[in-house]
Design a protein around this ligand. Sequence first.
Ligand code: NAP
Length: 348
Amino acid sequence: MVRVFINGYGNIGKRLASAFSHDKEIQLVGIGKYSIDDRVDEAFAKKLAVYVPEQKIPDFRQKGYDISGTISDAVKESDLVIDAAKDGFGYTNKVNFYIPMNKSAIFQGGEDRTGEKKVADIIHNSRINYDQAANQKYVIQGSCNVSGMGRIMQPMIEKFGDKIQRYDVTLIRRWADLEDTKDVKDSIEWDKNPHHQEDVKSFLPSVKLYVEAYKVPSRMMHLHQMTIRFKNKIPYFDSLSDIYHEEFGVAVLDKVNGTADIRLKARELGFEHDDTNMVHIHEETMRKSDDTLKILYSDDQTGIVIPENHLLFQSMMFGRPKNMAYEHTDSLFQISKKRDMLEKEFNT
Ligand SMILES: NC(=O)c1ccc[n+]([C@@H]2O[C@H](COP(=O)([O-])OP(=O)(O)OC[C@H]3O[C@@H](n4cnc5c(N)ncnc54)[C@H](OP(=O)(O)O)[C@@H]3O)[C@@H](O)[C@H]2O)c1
């Protein structure tokens, strides 16, 4: 059993804790919590061991919480830390705890791969560089948008290779997650320099890729418009199902009007946290014109990275072959079953 500590219990941390606590190969040491709020009660209700910064122990205990120890204690007890801190705090945690205690760590997509606050050299995307993460000490799991782009681009590359000239992607990003209490601002905001472009190029260095990103007032997933330009006319293929049918974590859906349709269907079908854990290609919206192919797909912002972390964990800790890791992750998250359920709901 691998002893895992999840440092941070926000939207990503709580999902990681739910999933990882069901894996018999993992002994979940507990979760790291930094503020006293409803999430502390949620963690105790789920019988998770809660660790907090040393200076905050008196505050938590005064409120009656049975804290298991300090963040430092939890890191010490672990073989691997999955850091789910808010953007940038992963770097501080690495410097203060993981390096001094010589512990392996997975970081999330809000951390840097270059510059002063870099936490790791590799951004993981299971479809592309799973094997490279084997036995690495520090790896970043790509963000939700970056994970989705890799999952769509790699099968295209394998099918059409150097017939493809370039990719232009517009990311339409949700403002907040379902659980966030912050207001959804009535505005469309742009990102002057989206990190997603360089993140994807870190694992697909030879592609020509241009990314723009906008944030819109929604909590219901991201939507990506990907334009693929071929060197000549688009090679023949019948439908996107031909390319993506066998892909892990890709559903090909028709009869969807918007991202909320899928999120609400996930809730209706009883998927944990209302997550589908995948991307959904909207086949009806595909357009082909001479050398230009347009694909539209939605990306489950909170859900997609959780199985990716689980795959990365298996690469780093066991060096397990990728097909076996996919099988194990699928048995935990039921992603193939969920995909079949969604395809049945929307495609008949
Ligand atoms: N939300 C998404 O859709 C999404 C998708 C993919 C990747 N990510 C990435 O995942 C990471 C976490 O995002 P999130 O959405 O879960 O954020 P979040 O909901 O804001 O949660 C962040 C958590 O970090 C905790 N925290 C504060 N200081 C910390 C420290 N020093 N060490 C560890 N944790 C600390 C906070 O604890 P308290 O609440 O107790 O103060 C909070 O629970 C970010 O890198 C983000 O870019 C997010």
